[in-house]
Ligand binder design. Structure first.
Ligand code: GP9
Ligand code: MN
Length: 438
């Protein structure tokens, strides 16, 4: 009911982190280009795979160069917060600053009926942005077509807009190089400024597509085929992203754009991590749940050509924090929206990262699978002293509150009652993705 909204608004007000004055509006009026790095974990950044002759191969040289560039706000303590909705949960988090559901996918269950106040809609109504999503798979996957209408996407270029054939695709759709290459003709027609996202998908489990790639990136040599192929598909993604940047530069779009790259979730599941451990300089035998929690880091990089205020930021945060961060860089006040994250560039950021399971992470402690760990040692703290226990209780409560607020908003479809943002309601019937260019 509308009354339930009151608690949500109180939470949002109490949790709001005011922007960093120096950075507010730094990207005002820029195009926004999201590049979705499928299943891409932070450990790939700067990683070098050693082949059987002892030679090292940098897996993602292009993405690494962006990561280390002062035009990029890079984060090394950024965590995914998805559950069963995987990619679609990441989309929910990044574009709404709300969590996915505790069971199943929000896109599938509520994407076709709820009211949202998502990034494309906010930017359209506040700053005249057009918007488009690009993905070389069927629009029905994760119920995207219906959900995107309610997010306010003007255009959705799904597989029907691409030449997808046996040679250039796999079970999840078009491969990344042809995907970016064929996207350009559509991107060129968008009215600027635009908000866009490109969901690249080649680096998706089972990582078996580039084993015999002509580029010949080596396989890892563990007992697990999934791990072995992961580096070569990540390398392919890196090259595809580089080609896309070259296009953006050649077309002149680059200078007018803010390019945001994120890993949506882990690519190597927890059960496989012990086999990965030796490649990370750790031992299979001592691998623990603490290590599993650290592996949930994914890249988050905001590349803003022509400025040098970036660098590697160590703030602890997660996908829910992306939208307020982005809006503030674009010079848009996020405080009037129901967003549950905090600007990662704000000095007021709490640095408490909720996992969807209710576990959490702070700069000093990890709570995972029911145990509290000291981040500096990686060891369990069996009996925290009274002051630490009090803090841990507070963190747990704050995490539960963030997650339950999200569930209340989503399950109660509460945004349909929320008028204080001043956004006009969306009518999904206004959107027809079959005629995307009209
Ligand atoms: C396919 C892709 C699937 O459209 O988005 O990703 P997943 O959710 O399986 O990571
Ligand atoms: Mn995914």
């Amino acid at each position: 009911s509308p009354n339930d909204l009151k608690d949500v608004e109180d939470y949002v007000q109490g949790h709001y982190a005011a922007p960093n004055d120096e950075l507010y509006g730094l990207a005002k009026g820029k195009n926004v280009i999201y590049i979705h790095l499928e299943s891409f974990q932070q450990f790939l950044i700067d990683y070098k795979l050693t082949d059987e002759n002892g030679q090292e191969h940098e897996v993602t040289p292009f993405i690494n160069s962006l990561y280390h560039n002062n035009s990029t706000f890079s984060f090394d303590n950024f965590f995914h917060q998805v559950k069963a909705g995987k990619t679609s949960d990441a989309e929910t988090l990044l574009e709404n600053s709300l969590f996915g559901l505790n069971q199943g996918s929000l896109f599938t269950q509520l994407g076709g009926k709820n009211t949202f106040q998502a990034a494309p809609d906010i930017l359209k109504q506040e700053a005249g942005y057009s918007s488009a999503a690009f993905h070389g798979n069927s629009g029905n996957f994760w119920n995207r077509t219906e959900t995107y209408k309610r997010f306010g996407y003007d255009h959705f270029f799904d597989a029907s807009y691409y030449d997808v054939n046996e040679d250039n695709s796999f079970q999840y759709g078009l491969h990344d190089k042809p995907f970016f290459e064929q996207s350009i003709q559509y991107l060129e027609h968008l009215q600027q400024p635009f908000y866009s996202k490109f969901i690249a998908v080649s680096n998706h489990y089972p990582y078996s597509e580039f084993k015999n790639d002509e580029a010949g990136f080596p396989m890892a040599a563990t007992n697990d085929e999934t791990i072995n192929g992961y580096f070569a598909t990540a390398n392919y993604l890196d090259k595809a992203v580089e080609e896309f940047f070259n296009y953006l530069k050649a077309s002149g779009l680059y200078e007018n754009s803010m390019i945001v790259m994120y890993g949506d979730h882990y690519g190597i599941s927890t059960s496989r991590n012990p086999d990965l451990a030796p490649l990370l300089g750790q031992s299979k035998e001592t691998w623990s749940n603490f290590d599993n929690a650290q592996m949930q880091r994914v890249p988050y990089m905001i590349h803003l050509p022509g400025q040098d205020k970036g660098g590697i930021n160590h703030t602890y945060g997660g996908e829910v924090d992306s939208l307020p961060t982005l809006l503030h860089l674009l010079g848009i006040d996020s405080s009037k929206y129901i967003q549950l994250g905090q600007d990662l560039l704000s000095p007021e950021n709490d640095q408490l990262v909720a996992f969807r399971s209710g576990d959490y992470m702070t700069p000093d402690y990890t709570y995972y699978g029911g145990s509290l760990y000291d981040n500096s040692t990686g060891l369990v703290i069996p009996t925290p002293d009274a002051s630490l226990q009090a803090k841990a209780d507070e963190w747990k409560q704050a995490v539960n509150e963030q997650l339950s607020t999200s569930d209340n908003v989503n399950n109660g479809d509460l945004l349909r009652f929320y008028t204080a943002s001043g956004l006009e309601p969306i009518d999904p019937a206004d959107f027809d993705y079959k005629n995307a260019l009209q």
